[in-house]
Design a protein around this ligand. Sequence first.
Ligand code: ADP
Ligand code: MG
Length: 242
Amino acid sequence: AEELMHRTEKLSVVGQLAAGIAHEIRNPLTVIKGFTQLLSQEEDNDYLNVVLDELERIEDIVSDLLILAKPQPSRLENLDISQLLSSTIDLFKSEAILHNVEIIPNFELSNPWIKGEPNKLKQVYINIIKNAIEAMPKAGGKIYITAQNLSYRKILTRVQDTGVGIPKERIPNLGEPFYSTKEKGTGLGLMICNRIIKNHGGTIKIDSELNKGTTISIIMPAADITENDELGQGPPLPKPDT
Ligand code: ADP
Ligand code: MG
């Protein structure tokens, strides 16, 4: 356990440093990309397209590092997890069609309320749904997204894909910084998810079967809307019938 803590501490120092550097890189990067785009409009040059592709890759890494650097959630709101999931799924409409992927939501929640930061939680599901789409074979596949109450105060969400799956021995590597099996991956997505869910008092579990698919389960504490709502957000819910 001591070793583990040591490792976590080390990661956070390295993470902060990386984020600081990422911040400094972003501005010159934006300028370089802008001028490269201008050049590629002036002449159709294959080399410039390679440069643009690689610049986009740097942009991905930089924006992931910047998300990691942001401090713990500060502005907590009462949010409806089914609304958050629906609006996140909407973002993938065109990408899903493009990859022949069907996203199938099914929410059954008596208490859908979570105290959290909407943008951060959205980022979690964006990363997970993106991974699910990227894991699909050429023919496409399905993504089942469910949300349910485990108890009145606990919410379980699942993103289950019919993708290529993950070999058992690789599962412990997931969430390590820069661990990616993709040519254009940053290997930061799941690390970001872990961080955000932990800051919301939740846990993430990954189950996978090779060539069958992967399920990412997240359990988060639900807000108790029957208490006096000091945040003044979200309509009150009827008391649970227990
Ligand atoms: P990236 O997507 O940039 O590679 P992530 O942290 O999001 O980084 O994911 C790390 C790795 O975990 C991926 O490269 C992939 O090997 C594996 N992975 C994550 N989600 C899935 C999934 N739904 N199906 C199969 N493999 C996955
Ligand atoms: Mg990813």
